[in-house]
Each structure stands twice: as C-alpha cells, then as structure tokens.
Design a protein. Structure first.
Ligand code: KIV
Ligand code: ZN
Length: 548
C-alpha cells in the first residue's frame, strides 16, 4: 500500500531481516529461503520489506526481483532495496524493484566525522552535495525514497540537520536515523529525534524512521523513546538478528506497543484508552515468523529471549504457577495466544489425505508448487507412520526443512546408518549423491554416532571445514517428537549454517551437515554470486553488476 508522510497516524514497521538480518555471520539465505520469509513477513503485516542490496551480487539482485514480483502486489507491502549513494547502486535497486507495485529505494551515506575522514575521505560540503544529488537521481525512478545518514548517532547534530533538510528538499520521503554502532542511550536517542523535529525546517514532508544496533542491549529501548519523540517508522528484524549484536527486535517493539498501548497512545495524539492498534502487525503471526527465520537462518533463539524464547511464557517456580492458576494476571502481562504460541492444533494423522494436507498447509500460509507438495506429502506420510498426531508445528518443520534441503544444488543424502552403544565403536555408513549425480558410499568410526556420520560425509564430499556448533532441540513435547538439528561450520574465517528436522536425529544431523556443506560448496563455486559479509558485498567490483 502507498505510504504518504502526511497520512501516517500509526507506527510503520520496516522489516530488514532480509538485508541487515542477513548480515549476521552464517545467516546467508538463498533465493527460495528469502522468498519464504518475505511471504511470511507479508502475512505478519509489515509495512515495508527491505528485501536486500541488489547491487551487491547477482544472487541478491535476483532475490529482490523475485520478492518484488511475488510479494510486492497491490495490497502487499512496499518492497525496498538498499543502495549506497552511487548511480550504479541506485540503478541496480531500481531495476530489481521494477516488478513491485509499491517500491522504495533506500540509500545511505555516512555523516559522522569519523566516517567522513577515515572511510569516505570526503568533506562535509561534498557529503551534502552528494546526498542531494543521489536522492534527486533516485527520485527519477520512483517517488518513495528513503535516505539514511549512516552513523547519525555519532554525527554533529547541526550537520545532520543540514543534510536532512537538503535530502528532503531533493525528494526523500523518509529520513532514517541510524545508530549504526549501537552507541546511544534511550534519552540521547529520543533527544536526537526531538532535535530533528525542532531544527529541520521541512521535516513535516518526511517520515522520521529509526534504525539501531544492539551493541549495548539498548536498541529496543532507544526506539521506544524515538517513538515518543516523533519517529513513525521502526527498522527492525525478526528475533533481533543482524550485524554484530543485531538490530532492534520486531517482536519486542510490537508487543511493547501492544501491551502498553495506553502508555504510548498519547504520544501519537490519541486518547490513552484508544483500542486502535499502534502498528499494522498481526501479532498472532509473530511466533510462526520467529520460528521460520530461526530455522532458515539457523540462528537459534535463546530460551530466555523476550516474547519468542522457549521460556517466555513458562512459569517454573511453584509460587508463580500457583498464582497463574488462580488468576493469569498475577504473573502474566500478555497472553501466549496473542503471539500465536498456542495455535498448535493437532489436526492430521495417518489417515489424512492429500487434500486435508494441502488445505492445512494453505491455512498455515504455505503455498507449494505441485512438485513441492508431493515431496512434502511423502515426508508427512513417513512422519505419520512414526508419530500418531501431527501438529501444525510438525507441519511447519517438515515444509521449512524441505525449503532448506531442496533449494540450490549440491550433495544429497541418500542413506545413513549407524551402529553404536556402550560396547560398540560408533560406526557410520553414509551414501550421498554428488552434484554431478554420482552415488558414493563410505564408512567411518567416530567418538559418537554423529561424529562418525560427519567423518564419513567428509571422506565423501571432501569439502574442508571445521564444525563449530551443533545443537539439537525438539519441535514439540513427547517421545515421538521431531528433533531439529542446527549446525555451524567454518571455512577460512566464514561461517555457514545448516538446519534439518526429522524424528531420527541422526538423519537430521546428517542432513543439517549437508545443508551447511552445500552452502559452503556453493560459495566456493560462485564467490561473487554469494558474498558473505556486508563489507564484501559493499566492496563488490562493478563486474557484479555487469553480470546482472
Ligand atoms: O546500521 C546502519 O547504519 C545501516 C544503514 C545501511 C542504514 O544498516
Ligand atoms: Zn544496520
């Protein structure tokens, strides 16, 4: 939907999971995974999806273009692409965004003296002129232009005001204030937004947005203070993932404004008792979105994470349990259902047919091609043989597992078998199919069954790497629960992750390892297609664009 600065009477949610979130080490996503997340973000109700940085690599360009095509519909969110303040970046973003009905170019140029002197090697007047020129250039492609003075938090406020005035005059419709290094405190950040409102003469022609990193754990608090002082767009990520310590977490911001609506209402000029939501987010989609992002990025959510952590709604102490049983309000400020946590119906079983399976997946928001549906149905039947009742969470695990396992080329797991026990030497026999289609089998012993499986795979795939993290979690309770394995491997300082779900955790471990190996293999095969770090992306030579 089209966003006009003068009509904004709520807080806009700008999700950057697919751009800044993807900058988390090891969280790189392929095109299918990005599209699956973008679809879910649209269901969640975000106003703007920052889908990527199109100039950075052909892979990112194609992913932004596909999201623009599929998710950027008339009723869908605005699709945004990031660009540095250069003509090539802006051109690539405009090209990738063409299929979207509502699109936005987000361009950035640093304004702090430390960035000007050491990174850009530009003077203040040069930055002013460049910012104005590039906004005007971006404006030739579309109306909706966002400008970010990078490192605004450490910039001289007077210079910042001057830059903002110039870019708004040149056509910027949103000015985003980034605390790039996560340095600010809530009252300082609120004061910065207030200062902008009071000192930039044409500020009423643009929406004030904020973007901030969580280096000191203050990002969410900073944003809420910014809202109180006039910010009307929040740039955030699911589960707070992102560069270094991450970004402000979408679920925390949204639920803070939902639960404490009466407190925030007056800051938006509403009566305190107004029931109108402060954001457009369908809060019941929060938990599902969190799981999807965690599974596809292989970034686990810490158990005590606010809102979406496994313990967020668990009451352990007897006193708390007693209180909650007497009256939920004694120890709970929000209902687990409000984030969709208890929407975990047990709907399918062994006798459920393809139609029931397809329609339940549709209700859960998964629209699969016939081929993907067939594959998922085989997985479902296989699971139904082992597990009596299949819940929505199980279905999500199967479909998300298929998304990660099937997308992209690489090694495929054909068979895995282990023998182990207290009097056995753990031994694994593994058969894989190589990218060239050859079936290879080998066996290895290890310190345990998973170690043996990984050693056998290493002998077959011959992709050098170091395993740095391995974890197993169960999707639901019960002895027949699906187990999810998340692993991270390292090669030449870069991290690649993999995730898989299966009732057999040895199979899940083998598949998760192959998923991570395939990402590494893919990066080795196509180094410019998949730059791994933001710095590398930003430093991509022009031939990246020549291949677009
Ligand atoms: O942290 C930052 O400053 C950014 C900009 C590109 C907005 O991510
Ligand atoms: Zn950032």
């Amino acid at each position: 939907m089209k966003i006009q600065p003068s009509q904004v009477d709520r807080v806009l949610i700008f999700d950057t999971t697919l751009r800044d979130g993807e900058q988390s080490p090891g969280a790189a996503l392929n095109g299918d995974e990005k599209l699956a997340i973008a679809r879910q973000l649209a269901r969640l109700g975000v106003d703007i999806i920052e889908a990527g940085f199109p100039f950075s690599s052909p892979g990112d360009f194609a992913a932004v273009q596909r999201i623009a095509e599929v998710v950027g519909t008339e009723d869908g969110p605005t699709i945004c692409g990031l660009a540095r303040a250069t003509r090539q970046d802006i051109q690539a973003a405009a090209d990738a965004l063409k299929p979207a009905v509502h699109s936005r170019i987000h361009l950035f140029l640093a304004t702090s003296d430390i960035h000007l002197e050491h990174k850009l090697k530009m003077t203040r007047p040069e930055v002013l002129a460049k910012a104005e020129e590039m906004v005007a250039f971006a404006k030739t492609f579309m109306d909706d232009i966002e400008f970010s003075p990078e490192d605004a938090g450490r910039s001289d406020p007077e210079f910042l005001y001057a830059v903002l005035e110039r870019v708004i005059a040149a056509g910027a419709t949103t000015v985003n204030i980034p605390d790039t290094v996560g340095y600010m405190t809530p009252s300082e950040f609120g004061g910065l937004i207030r200062g902008i409102k009071e000192n930039v003469p044409n500020i009423d022609q643009a929406i004030i947005s904020v973007h901030g990193h969580n280096d000191l754990g203050l990002a969410v608090a900073n944003f809420l203070e910014a809202v109180k002082n006039g910010a009307r767009q929040l740039e955030c990520t699911i589960n707070g993932i992102g560069e270094r310590a991450g970004n402000a977490a979408l679920e925390e911001l949204v639920m803070a404004m939902h639960v404490r609506r009466q407190y925030f209402n007056p800051f938006l000029g509403r009566p305190a008792e107004s029931e109108a939501p402060l954001t457009n987010i369908d809060t019941r989609q929060i938990f599902r979105t969190s799981r999807l992002v965690s599974n596809l990025t292989s970034m686990l959510v810490q158990p005590n994470k606010a809102i979406v952590g496994a313990n967020a709604f668990a009451h352990e102490s007897g006193i708390h349990q007693d209180g909650v049983l007497k009256n939920r309000l004694t120890y709970e400020i929000m209902d687990a259902q409000s984030i969709g946590l208890n929407d975990n119906q047990i709907v399918l079983g062994k006798l459920s047919g393809r139609n029931a399976f397809r329609s339940r997946l549709k209700e859960l928001g998964f629209e699969l091609s016939d081929q993907d549906l067939n594959r998922a149905f085989v997985r479902f039947k296989d699971l139904a043989d082992k597990k009596k009742e299949i819940s929505d969470r199980d279905l999500e695990a199967i479909v998300q597992d298929e998304t990660q396992t099937q997308s992209g080329v690489g090694f495929a797991l054909e068979r895995v078998q282990v023998s182990c026990g207290d009097h056995e030497c753990p031994t694994a026999t593994v058969t894989i199919r190589t990218p060239e289609g050859q079936e290879l089998t080998d066996a290895a012993v290890g310190t345990g069954p998973v170690d043996a499986v990984y050693r056998a795979i290493n002998r077959l795939a011959e992709v050098p790497n170091q395993l740095i993290e391995f974890s197993v979690q169960s999707v639901t309770a019960g002895i027949d629960a699906i187990g999810e394995v998340t692993i991270r491997i390292q090669h030449e300082g870069r991290i690649y992750s993999g995730h898989s779900a299966n009732t057999d955790i040895i199979v899940a471990s083998a598949q998760a390892y192959l998923n991570a190996l395939n990402r590494l293999f893919n990066a080795l095969q196509h180094p410019t297609q998949n730059p791994q770090t933001f710095q590398e992306k930003a430093a991509q030579p022009t031939q990246a664009v020549a291949q677009l």
